[in-house]
Design a binder for this molecule. Structure first.
Ligand SMILES: NC(=O)c1ccc[n+]([C@@H]2O[C@H](COP(=O)([O-])OP(=O)(O)OC[C@H]3O[C@@H](n4cnc5c(N)ncnc54)[C@H](OP(=O)(O)O)[C@@H]3O)[C@@H](O)[C@H]2O)c1
Length: 255
């Protein structure tokens, strides 16, 4: 790895790090030298990840956080800062879906998705951004959006809406916080195989869906490492308000 991609001395905070992409991002950032605060609701999974990172020579700290309980957010950031030092990099990764047809979506499902994917992400970024501004420190905020911010598919309307709004949140924060030397960017992954969807891709429906992709394949979490480390490290200093799709062309359209 080039020196410019090392993150030694930096503190990163990853939300939704108890599984899937968030856990992967935490491992990658720790392997690049950052001390990593990891936050989610399933604390026992976070503790296991702390043990793994620590046994590989890294530094990590777990904190319980439900991003929909905005009153918890500041305390979680504070706990990470007490344990590891001031946060330089936020990976705003927590996210949920509640697939359903538009005419059947309940208000509870609507709030569940928007409160997690958008409101939670906004107040996480605000909590970290405020601290960076107070310290007059530069920082990086990386919002984990989705290729579905850029095209819709059936049953996922609220999810698509939340990610489209997250992209616009990224742009708005990039504009306002450039003066404070805080770079705000987004990664929009395509379909990446994680424990949550791995069984689906083996089903008949999953296989049929895949055949419509420009290339019939899903990605692996490591396919996002380049974008993550670019935005987190020194090489990303001139990137602000960038919305980076890493989706193997999914948003371009079906074959
Ligand atoms: N995998 C893909 O194909 C794909 C594609 C595009 C975008 N994404 C995005 O990538 C991110 C990670 O997704 P994933 O595939 O890794 O799914 P996942 O394994 O289900 O991970 C979601 C994470 O979000 C956390 N989370 C959910 N609700 C939360 C809340 N209220 N407060 C705090 N944390 C919460 C979960 O932790 P707890 O349950 O422990 O709280 C979990 O760690 C999401 O934003 C998703 O939209 C994924």
């Amino acid at each position: 790895m080039t020196d410019a991609r090392r993150l030694d001395g930096k503190v990163a905070l990853v939300t939704g790090a108890s599984s899937g992409l968030g856990a992967h991002f935490a491992r990658v950032l720790a392997a690049s030298g950052a001390a990593v605060g990891i936050a989610a609701r399933r604390v026992e999974r976070l503790e296991a990840l702390v043990d793994e990172i620590t046994s590989n020579g890294g530094r990590a700290f777990a904190t319980s956080l439900d991003v929909t309980e905005t009153g918890q957010i500041d305390a979680a950031v504070e706990a990470v800062e007490q344990a590891l030092g001031p946060v330089d990099i936020l990976v705003n990764n927590s996210g949920v879906t509640a697939p359903n047809a538009i005419h059947r979506i309940s208000e509870d499902d609507y709030d569940f998705v928007l409160d997690t994917n958008l409101k939670g992400a906004f107040f996480m970024a605000q909590a970290v951004g405020k601290r960076l501004i107070e310290r007059k420190a530069s920082g990086r905020i990386i919002n984990i959006s989705s290729t579905l911010a850029h095209r819709v598919i059936g049953q996922l309307s609220i999810y698509c809406m939340s990610k489209a709004a997250l992209d616009q949140m990224t742009t708005a924060m990039a504009l306002e916080w450039a003066r404070y030397d805080i770079n705000v960017n987004a990664i929009c992954p395509g379909y990446i195989e994680t424990e949550m969807n791995t069984d689906y891709w083996k089903t008949e429906g999953g296989q049929a869906f895949l055949q419509r992709f420009p290339r019939p394949r899903v990605g692996e979490p490591k396919d996002l490492d380049g974008a993550l480390l670019l935005l987190a490290g020194e090489e990303g200093r001139f990137m602000n308000g960038s919305i980076i799709r890493v989706d193997d062309g999914f948003a371009v359209g079906f074959k």
